[in-house]
Design a binder for this molecule. Sequence first.
Ligand SMILES: *[C@@H]1O[C@H](CO)[C@@H](O)[C@H](O)[C@H]1NC(C)=O
Ligand SMILES: *[C@@H]1O[C@H](CO)[C@@H](O)[C@H](O)[C@H]1NC(C)=O
Ligand SMILES: CC(=O)N[C@H]1CO[C@H](CO)[C@@H](O)[C@@H]1O
Length: 531
Amino acid sequence: MASFVSSAILLLFMFSPIVMPLPLSTNSRWIVDEGGRRVKLACVNWSAHSELMVAEGLSKQPMDTIAKRIASMGFNCVRYTWPVYLITNDSLASLTVRQSFQRLGFVESIAGIQANNPSIIDVPLIKAYQAVVSSLGENNLMVILDNHISKPGWCCNNLDDNGFFGDKYFNPDQWITGLTRMATLFNGVTNVVGMSLRNELRGPKQNVNDWYKYMQKGAEAVHSANPDVLVILSGFDFDRDLSFIKTQFVKLTFSGKLVFEAHWYGFSDGPRTWVTGNPNEVCGRVATYMLKTSGYLVDQGYPLFISEFGIDQTGANVNGNRYLNCFFGVAAELDLDWALWTLTGSYYVRAGVVGLNEYYGVLDYNWCAPRNSSFIQRISGLQAPFRGPGLSEAKPHKVIFHPLTGLCITRKPFAHRLRLGPCSESYAWSYSPHKTLLATRTHLCLQADESGTSAKLGIFCTSSNSKWEMISDSKMHLSAKLRDGKSVCLDVASDNTIITSSCKCINKDNTCDPSSQWFKLVDSTRSSTSV
Ligand SMILES: *[C@@H]1O[C@H](CO)[C@@H](O)[C@H](O)[C@H]1NC(C)=O
Ligand SMILES: *[C@@H]1O[C@H](CO)[C@@H](O)[C@H](O)[C@H]1NC(C)=O
Ligand SMILES: CC(=O)N[C@H]1CO[C@H](CO)[C@@H](O)[C@@H]1O
């Protein structure tokens, strides 16, 4: 009986929603809740900015089912896109969902929405948009309203006339009106925690003066209509460049609400950069670029939200796969907030293609199940915060994070071998000035034995085989020297045990993939079950 009661309590604890004390604000580089405790945004993008202006997927599944799937995949938030016209263009805004589909001739989708989400089929578009926000709220998911574009349609290219203030479809006054109306509409809706003012600025008109002029104006407009939301600002060149903030601060009349956002995809590093280059060299180079253009902001005391990143989840795109290993390293090391592109399993229509299958989507074509469950496993390694205000009592330590799997080095209680496991069960390490990796609260350190054999915890911590250098341009290989002077790198065997093996493609070679040997020492204060 007692054990029944306690397991019932445990179950209740596990499945009762964790209600965050909202609204959110910022404390230096961290986003925090009302109690000052860090909230890490682990979001997924859900788009509603196509010509139809309806959240994708509602013809496939009920919105509540979709919201529950988002939560069950471990995300705590949605970056939910909207076009300015949704709320400023009377002839479009007055359409119902049915009319919006009829206007463009998507009759099958109407039947699907009628079947799966009958309550929204005959309501105005904005009501349907609000219904999705409520449904996400009922499932304890935070929402960031993202102004993705002005004129509804697939986004983005340099010449789509939606790229920068003053472009044909990007009238700054209309944009401010749109932001004000959205901020007002969602004032008091507690799960709406932020507004991303404009997605991916781009095109020939980009300039710093207009950026400050309009972004500051937009931020003030949002804040005065809804002081509870975080105000999120994006940079130039498809949100790849915020380097200009270094020399000129954003001046606002309010504080504690400003967040920056940046995007990083493998294809934005160049369509074939990762396949034609050596992964260590490319990672070293693009990570440096990212730190210079946006990553530096966290050191300056601003939260940075990587609001788009992602890969083709079939694993077929080598360029994307290699990039993602590098991305995971940086995202873990800086413990960034993020939003994955994308939730969408398939679109009603994207750039003219009806029912387009979205290989970057976490849901499958029919929005029924994860497209790739191993990807969901992997991304879970970035969902929980490693550190930040108010999180736990554990002393600062390092975890050894493995980007390829999203796992950390740990050891099962009483087991002999080190292995990869969930970061919540990570060993706590310290990395000494002598480059030893000590398992904290023990006198044991990580040691290389022979190449191809398990790495061990040992007690003789001064020899070269327990001195771990971070080598290569990526700085992600942990390398030690054996007694015979040969260098080996930390690696992972197919059963997830930690071994050493000869260091892979440290430079030049572009045919080989070193990612099984990539590790990041990540600062953590998360209490762990294994120490
Ligand atoms: C409203 O949208 C329609 C359809 O896209 C467009 O033709 C019209 O120019 C828009 N009006 C304004 C004021 O933006
Ligand atoms: C899931 O992703 C992995 C890693 O990229 C890949 O090997 C696998 O084939 C993918 N599975 C599916 C079902 O696409
Ligand atoms: C993978 C993908 O299609 N990403 C797109 C997501 O949306 C942005 C606009 O915000 C596009 O530029 C990306 O190409």
